[in-house]
Design a protein around this ligand. Structure first.
Ligand SMILES: [Zn+2]
Ligand SMILES: [Zn+2]
Length: 279
C-alpha cells in the first residue's frame, strides 16, 4: 500500500517559511492499493490530493476520525466532490445526538461555506461508524473510539500483509492510572497492536502538555511509550503544534528520543512524504 502524507499539522494550518520541512497543512493521509483510494481525514492537505487525483479513479472513501475543524476543513476544497462521475463515500464517528450528516452540514452550508453538503455534485454517501469492522477494496478496516474530546475514532487498516494504524489526535495517558503500565486497558491498544506503521499524535513538549491535560493530545515521549506497549515497527509523530517551527520540532524529537534505543523506528511525519508497505 502506498501511503502519502498530505497534511501533518494539528489544530490550524501553519504555512510559513519556518515550517517548510514538516509542512503547514492539517491532517490528511491517503492510502492506495490498486485502484482503491482511501483518505484518512480531510484537513487542509486534502486540497492538494484533489489536484493530484490519480487518473482513472472513480471512487474515493474518506474516513474521518472526528469532526474538529482541522480534520474536515479541506472537504469543501476537494475537487472530486464536484465531479458527479466520482463516487465519494464519507465515513465518520456516530455522534451522541445528531447524525453525522447533520454535523457535517453545519460546516458545509451557509454562512460558513457557500455550498450545502446535499448540493455537492458528487452526492456523497455518508456512513456512521464506531466500534466497526468493514472492507474497502483490499483493505480490512477496524475503527474504535479513542481518548479525545467528543466522539473520536482511530483506524487500523490491514491488507493481509501489512498494517497501518492512524490515531492523529489521542491522549492515552488521560484517565489511565498507570500509563503505560496496563497495556490492554490503554486507549487505542487494539488498533495499534503490532502495526507496521503507527501514525500518532506527538503535538506537545512535556512543558506544554502539563497545563493542557485533557485537551486530547500527547507528547512525543508519550507516543513513544504507546508505540512500545503496542509493539509497532515504526511510529510517525503527527499533528504538529501550529506554533512549532521545523527547528523546534527537530529539537522536540531529539529530546524525546535522547540517545535511547528502541525496538522500533521513530520519525516525524513530513508533508509530501510517501511510504510503501508490502501488499
Ligand atoms: Zn486535530
Ligand atoms: Zn481533535
Amino acid at each position: 500500500m502506498k501511503i502519502t502524507i498530505w497534511g501533518t499539522r494539528g489544530s490550524l494550518p501553519a504555512p510559513s517559511p519556518e515550517n517548510n520541512l514538516y509542512g503547514g497543512n492539517t491532517s490528511c493521509v491517503s492510502v492506495m492499493q490498486g485502484d482503491t483510494l482511501v483518505v484518512l481525514d480531510a484537513g487542509s492537505g486534502i486540497r492538494r490530493l484533489g489536484q493530484h487525483f490519480p487518473p482513472g479513479i472513480t471512487r474515493v472513501d474518506i474516513l474521518l476520525t472526528h469532526l474538529h475543524l482541522d480534520h474536515i476543513m479541506g472537504l469543501g476544497f476537494f475537487m472530486p466532490l464536484y465531479n458527479p462521475k466520482i463516487r465519494v463515500n464519507i465515513w465518520g464517528p456516530t455522534g451522541y445526538k445528531e447524525s453525522l450528516f447533520t454535523r457535517l452540514q453545519r460546516y458545509l452550508s451557509p454562512p460558513l461555506f457557500p455550498i450545502r453538503l446535499q448540493d455537492l455534485p458528487s452526492q456523497p454517501n455518508v456512513y456512521e461508524i464506531n466500534e466497526s469492522a468493514f472492507d474497502i477494496g483490499p483493505f480490512h478496516i477496524k475503527s474504535a473510539y479513542i481518548c479525545h474530546p467528543g466522539p473520536t475514532i482511530g483506524f487500523r487498516m490491514e491488507n493481509g500483509r501489512s498494517t497501518l494504524t492512524y490515531i492523529p489526535d489521542h491522549e492515552p495517558a488521560l484517565g489511565a492510572a498507570h500509563f503505560p503500565n496496563e497495556p490492554e486497558w490503554t486507549s487505542g491498544y487494539g488498533l495499534a497492536l503490532g502495526a507496521d506503521l503507527l501514525i500518532h499524535d506527538g503535538q506537545y513538549t512535556p512543558e506544554e502538555y502539563a497545563p493542557r491535560v485533557g485537551w486530547g493530545h500527547s507528547t512525543m515521549e508519550q507516543a513513544l511509550q504507546f508505540a512500545e506497549i503496542t509493539a509497532v515497527k515504526k511510529v510517525l509523530f503527527f499533528h504538529h503544534d501550529p506554533a512549532h517551527t521545523d527547528e523546534q520540532i527537530r529539537q522536540q524529537l531529539g529530546r524525546a528520543v535522547s540517545n535511547r534505543q528502541f525496538s522500533f523506528e521513530a520519525a516525524v511525519a513530513v508533508e509530501g512524504e510517501v511510504i510503501y508497505l508490502p501488499e
